[in-house]
Design a binder for this molecule. Structure first.
Ligand code: MLT
Length: 201
């Protein structure tokens, strides 16, 4: 763990060039997704920040007013701060723009990064993401690949909101693959298999 940059984070150098930005779910930390990141992208540099918001004892990437009701002003400000951290870390570690690998709350802020600061990412794997907010204008996401994996029985992320997210990202020019899995909010083996395959393509 290091706190030298603006976010407490973990960095594992890996052996390849293309990095992953790991964004944990509510209650996670910078260590949570390391094993998943290694399994998806075995040689990738892994950059894993800790969310800066506390909800009780749980770390998050932005505030919410209730389950599924986001504090949009905070979400937008935290998205800018996370994009700035990504730029700092790229300079410090000599990294290319990363692909985000986010779960739940981390997938939601990854989607917000694509909408507000698209230059921060080269693509994203969004596990159980919803549309974080309706954008006023669409970014230019040409050349960015996005894998969106949703659970048909996810009570936190209704299928309609993930479909709306997929449609907006595609409308903005991203190369979007959206799969609806036989799953709830938790991850299943198919998430790993599809993410590995997508990364390797
Ligand atoms: C969120 O708050 O980002 C979503 O509801 C998922 C979660 O519970 O973290």
């Amino acid at each position: 763990m290091t706190s030298r940059l603006s976010h407490i984070h973990r960095f594992d150098a890996g052996t390849d060039k293309r990095p992953l930005l790991l964004l944990h779910g509510t209650g996670g930390d910078e260590h949570d997704l390391i094993d998943l990141g290694r399994a998806v992208a075995p040689g990738a540099p892994l950059l894993s920040p800790r969310g800066q918001v506390r909800e009780g004892a749980a770390n998050r990437f932005f505030r919410r007013l209730a389950e599924g009701v986001f504090d949009i002003a905070d979400l937008k400000a935290r998205t800018q701060a996370l994009a700035d951290f990504t730029a700092e870390a790229r300079a410090a570690y000599g990294l290319e723009p990363p692909v985000a690998l986010g779960f739940s709350n981390g997938a939601n802020i990854a989607a917000a990064l694509l909408l507000l600061r698209p230059e921060a990412l080269s693509g994203a794997i969004l596990l159980r993401a919803t549309l974080p907010f309706e954008p006023d204008t669409l970014p230019d996401l040409a050349g960015k690949r996005v894998l969106l994996l949703s659970g048909r029985a996810d009570p936190l992320t209704p299928v309609a909101t993930s479909q709306r997210l997929a449609a907006l990202l595609a409308q903005a020019g991203a190369d979007v693959r959206h799969e609806l899995l036989q799953a709830g909010h938790g991850l299943v083996q198919q998430d790993l298999a599809l993410a590995r395959q997508w990364w390797a393509e």
